[in-house]
Design a protein. Structure first.
Length: 372
């Protein structure tokens, strides 16, 4: 079953295009975005109708979603206010686009438009609702009545998890794709944790019956496939606006096993090989078949006191604020699904700490450049 995404907007504003070149690394067929949005027409703005259709095409093509737009989808004959609320409740993810116009109202006792009724329903499950608000379009505090109350509730989520502002099409698309990637990572982690990862795996059995070297090769191939599926392309992980270089490594046993740990003994020493000047420091991603402890990581870093270590359900992150080295440690990767669960959870965590990861990578860059 494909994930169902509802795309919903209540505006007819024209939105500035912005710098569409910023989409080159993340948007489906980014080179053709401007042509699809405005055709051969002059000008630097685009309607929300065109934006909505482009978003749907992106979600269907890049992520394989079943994307639903009420205004463009024939319904079974139910009243619009009923149909849209039903879809909002059934959708896995609801994406709202809001500008300066609140749309038409329905002639009943509810003063809200069908779209705002969708959003009111979606707000009951805030984990699946994301609202993108055209900057400077409406001041919710000046809208009276129940309509104003719903708008205030929508915009009260200032943490960036539910409510995000944008000033251009480029900014909207960047933020929207980041939100969807985060949703995919979370969904993968939940699926692997709650279902597939608990099942017996012939892959696990094959790995365990192989020699260390063969097992490391099998794990490495699996890690590379998983990383690509989670958006790591050409050894680069996209964290918001930051492009973080990564290196992928596998440990074919517990991290305390000396024979197994030698497979990642030179993770940080190898970083300077084939490196270009001014290249950001890498984030090492280390998948381990067995468990990993805080002490083992500190000894691996070689800086027991200074290393900063953070743990989550997915594994551990370690960084050295003195020399900028940083790494993800993913324990208990006994098959591809567990590996995917761990890495997707780690990526979600990294997105929440984008600035810290970037600062560490920049510090590492300066140190490596000074050694040349």
């Amino acid at each position: 079953m494909r994930a169902r995404v509802m795309i919903s907007s209540v505006t007819k504003d024209d939105v500035p295009l912005g710098d569409l070149s910023r989409l080159s690394a993340i948007w489906n067929d980014a080179s053709g975005v401007r042509r699809r949005l405005v055709g051969d027409q002059p000008g630097d703005t685009v309607t929300f109708t065109a934006i909505r259709s482009e978003v749907r095409a992106h979600l269907v093509t890049k992520y394989g979603f079943d994307a639903y737009i009420f205004e463009e989808t024939p319904g079974p004959g139910r009243a619009p206010e009923v149909e849209t609320t039903l879809e909002a409740n059934q959708a896995h993810l609801v994406i709202g686009l809001f500008g300066a116009k609140t749309g038409w109202t329905v002639g009943d006792q509810d003063p809200l438009t069908p779209t705002l009724r969708e959003w009111r329903a979606a707000l009951q499950q805030t984990l699946k609702f994301r609202l993108f608000w055209l900057k400077g379009s409406v001041n919710p505090s000046k809208v009276p009545g129940e309509l104003g109350a719903v708008l205030k509730e929508l915009t009260s989520y200032k943490s960036g998890k539910v409510y995000m502002e944008f000033a251009s099409v480029a900014e909207l698309f960047l933020k929207l794709d980041n939100v969807v990637q985060d949703y995919v990572n979370t969904a993968v982690a939940r699926y692997a944790r709650d279902a597939a990862a608990k099942e017996p795996s012939t892959q696990t059995e094959k790995w365990l019956l192989s020699s260390y070297r063969k097992r490391a090769e099998l794990m490495q191939a699996a890690l590379e496939r998983v990383a690509e599926g989670l958006g790591i392309s050409d050894n680069v992980l996209h964290l918001g606006k930051h492009r973080q270089p990564v290196s992928l490594h596998s440990v074919p046993a517990g991290f305390g096993d000396a024979d197994a740990k030698k497979f990642v003994a030179y993770v940080f020493d190898d970083e300077s090989e084939d490196r270009k000047r001014k290249a950001l420091g890498r984030l090492a991603v280390i998948a381990c078949l067995g468990s990993i402890t805080d002490g083992q990581i500190r000894r691996h870093f070689g800086n027991v006191e200074a290393s900063e270590i953070y743990s989550g359900a997915w594994g551990l992150y370690a960084g050295d604020p003195i020399d900028g080295r940083q790494a993800l440690y993913l324990p208990r990767c006994s098959n591809s699904l567990r590996m995917e669960m761990a890495l997707s959870g780690a990526i979600t965590w990294l997105n929440q700490h984008e600035n810290d990861i970037k600062e560490m990578a920049t510090l590492r860059q300066r140190i490596l450049d000074a050694r040349v």
